[in-house]
Ligand binder design. Structure first.
Ligand code: UDP
Length: 330
């Protein structure tokens, strides 16, 4: 299939490109480079464009002769979404609506959508299954939940075939160390701890050590970005037979903040300062996802998502590229 990949220069999107090619598909990236990196795309055909422009979307669908779309392009900082909800609703919701309208007018009816476990809010129990209540607690999560509702309505009315993939904590880097995570500002625990190990930060703050968890710190379900990539390709190919797919992408295993920091120290072979800090607003004590549904329906399995493998691959990337992709923005 010819696959237009919006946000293909971003963290998850760029790791899906080689996987698509390996499976015999032809990805074309559509990205405005506001967050993404041209170098992360390597030799995949690239179209610079913005989901704010109907014309640019239509042009990209035409030039790529898209049979399907993978839609990653979205703003994805929870804290920022609280400060600037307007940006999030326009980018994430209006952007998706424009993309869908352009797809339908060209008869492109296959979409793989990048959703998030954020839509579950603060669940009462774990592991979370796909039928848990959708009750996001911040604008970012609400944009993802709204787009999921739109997709469901469009599937019924217009015959759209879609997969909505709800990621837990995307982490890790390409096996060959060529691409990895590069956010500015960086807010995620694993890259922050690695930067501390590299001496590029003073240390790591643990946001909250009085949670009702075994060591008092938050528990998350870290899933390797390469396992996410495989799931995207499997879901895309399954759209032929399963027109609506809603899946958690998770391992079912949770790790505490302290456990992550300890593993980074071990993998890096370096110590760094760790200090206790107040809770971060909006953090759920534990987010662990059941991925039984995608395992049963598509035969997906996380293969690289042990904490050790995730952190080893991330360490390889960050220690070889301490300044990330080193590119000008825009
Ligand atoms: N965290 C932390 N210190 C940091 C960054 C994150 O203690 O400098 C914690 C955060 O509160 C959460 C966990 O690490 O409990 C994972 O956070 P991250 O931002 O990586 O992912 P999230 O689960 O928020 O998507």
């Amino acid at each position: 299939m010819n696959v237009l990949v919006t946000g293909g220069a971003g963290y998850v999107g760029s790791h899906v490109l080689p996987e698509l090619r390996r499976a015999g598909h032809n990805p074309v990236v559509f990205d405005n480079l506001s967050e993404g990196h041209r170098r992360a795309v390597a030799d995949t055909p690239f179209i610079k464009g913005d989901l704010a422009s109907d014309e640019q979307i239509a042009d990209a669908l035409a030039r790529s002769r898209a049979d399907a779309v993978m839609h990653f392009a979205a703003r994805a900082y929870v804290g920022e979404s609280v400060e600037k909800p307007q940006e999030y609703y326009f980018n994430n919701v209006a952007g998706a609506l424009r993309l869908l309208r352009a797809m339908l007018s060209r008869g492109v009816k296959r979409l793989v959508f990048s959703s998030s476990c954020c839509i579950y809010g603060v669940p009462q129990t774990v592991p979370i299954t796909e039928d848990f209540r959708i009750q996001p607690i911040n604008p970012y999560g609400r944009t993802k939940a709204i787009v999921e509702d739109i997709l469901s309505d469009y599937a019924r009315a217009y015959g759209l075939r879609y997969a909505s993939l709800r990621y837990f904590n995307a982490s890790g880097a390409a096996a060959d160390g060529s691409i990895g995570e590069d956010h500015d500002p960086e807010t995620h625990l694993i890259p922050i701890a690695i930067q501390a190990a590299l001496g590029r930060r003073d240390g790591v703050s643990v946001y909250g050590s009085d949670y009702p968890t075994p060591d008092g710190t938050c528990i998350r379900d870290y899933v390797h970005v390469l396992d996410l990539a495989t799931a995207h390709v499997m879901a895309l190919e399954a759209l032929e037979d399963s027109p609506v797919q809603i899946f958690n992408l998770s391992t079912g295993q949770g790790h505490s903040v302290r456990e992550v920091i300890q593993t980074v120290k071990q993998v890096a072979g370096r110590d760094f300062k760790v200090e206790e800090a107040p809770r971060r607003h909006g953090d759920a004590p534990a987010l662990v996802g059941s991925s039984e549904r995608i395992r049963a329906e598509l035969g997906w399995q996380p293969r690289s998502s042990s904490l050790d493998e995730i952190i080893t691959s991330a360490w390889r990337w960050h220690s070889a590229h301490p300044d990330g992709f080193q590119e000008e923005k825009g």
